[in-house]
Design a protein around this ligand. Structure first.
Ligand SMILES: [Zn+2]
Length: 361
């Protein structure tokens, strides 16, 4: 064995950073740039944090990785502004030791959006162009979901939604109406184990997905317990358990469960929350498809419209099929691709990487 091979075999692990001091590292000849990266690693795995449980879990997994891979992971995670989401992705990247190539591929799939800072909440209005001005409002995602729900209510599906939504928007702003935030609330997707963990008071850091395409923390979930009839519980083996106080008739319940299996339209990159989707028969009614859970998927109006029901029709846009229990977009050549825009659908949340669908992400 050459000295270099020996060196590779004795790569230090994260544990060498216990007691890390940047000044000492630089004084000992470590270049400042590398010392800074080690400082970041030290802060993540050993620094004071309110994410203590995540940190313990992360440290356990990080021991299997080389320092340079851990540095790489932190470099990639900089693209995620939200700390809870950063922990979620960090755990995924730390799942098992891989080659750099595989690690990079996994990060590319998990971290979709380019780095950006959290936008400031504000309204901007442009100058006039042909007698029109564009008003742009950056608001909290929950407020945006309430507004979108209001604007989409009662649209005429035979006409484009944009102008109709504008009419409702102007009527609201200029009239005396107000957005009803409590009339209808989105459904929360929760795993049975997460539910128990949160009720025990140990799940404050858990991130749950809502069917309007937003998220809440375990702590927020706990705070909304009196409104439990908007929660869909899923068991890892049994699938959908029930909706609390399920007095709605079967059809509504099927629609609710379909909306929680996947919380966005399955088309890759589509941002429509399943609340704004139509319930689509994956095998068309006209082709003998039944109205049961196995055959129902939430698909946004646009993608539902371009999804051809007739399999003999030349298919150039792909369509939605059930893969590992989850409605998934499949290309015209038969390749499935997951919409990673809002990974909080019940199957992804509950089965994680055990589910073949999630490992395709
Ligand atoms: Zn869509």
């Amino acid at each position: 064995m050459t000295p270099f091979q020996q060196f590779l075999d004795t790569q230090p692990t994260i544990e060498v950073l216990v007691g890390f001091e940047k000044r000492d590292a630089i004084a000992a000849g470590i270049i400042p740039n590398l010392a800074s990266k080690w400082a970041a690693l030290h802060a993540v795995y050993y620094g004071a944090t309110r994410w203590a449980k995540q940190q313990r879990r992360g440290l356990e997994a990080a021991r299997a990785f080389s320092l340079s891979q851990l540095v790489y992971i932190e470099d990639r995670l900089k693209a995620i502004p939200n700390e809870a989401e950063r922990w979620r992705v960090r755990h995924k990247l730390l799942e098992k030791r891989t080659t750099h190539h595989a690690l990079k591929a996994k990060a590319d799939k998990l971290i979709l959006k380019p780095a950006r800072t959290k936008p400031k909440l504000k309204v901007t209005i442009t100058k006039s162009v042909h007698g029109t001005r564009t008003i742009r409002a950056t608001v909290d995602e929950h407020d945006a979901a309430d507004i979108e729900h209001y604007l989409r209510d009662g649209l005429d599906p035979s006409k484009p939604p944009g102008p109709q939504m504008l009419r409702r928007f102007l009527d609201l702003i200029q009239g005396s109406g107000s957005i009803p935030t409590s009339v209808r609330r989105p459904i929360v997707v929760v795993g049975l184990d997460q539910h128990v963990e949160i009720l025990r008071g140990e799940g404050d850091e858990v991130i749950l997905g809502l069917t309007d395409g937003t998220t809440i923390t375990g702590a927020e979930y706990l705070a909304m317990q009196p409104e439990l009839d908007e929660v869909a519980l899923f068991h890892p083996a049994e699938g959908p358990v029930n909706l609390y106080r399920g007095q709605r008739h079967a059809n509504d319940k099927q629609r609710d469960l379909a909306r929680t299996t996947l919380t966005v339209c399955p088309w890759p990159g589509c941002r429509h929350g399943s609340d704004y989707c139509e319930i689509h028969h994956m095998l068309a009614w006209s082709q003998g498809g039944e109205t049961n859970m196995e055959n129902l998927a939430p698909v946004c109006p646009y993608h539902n419209q371009i999804n051809h029901d007739d399999p003999s029709h030349t298919n150039t846009r792909g369509g939605v099929q059930r893969r590992s229990g989850t409605p998934t977009w499949v290309s015209p050549n038969g390749w499935p691709a997951v919409n990673g825009y809002h990974p909080y659908g019940a199957m992804a949340v509950l089965f994680g990487d055990e589910c073949a669908w999630a490992s395709a992400t």
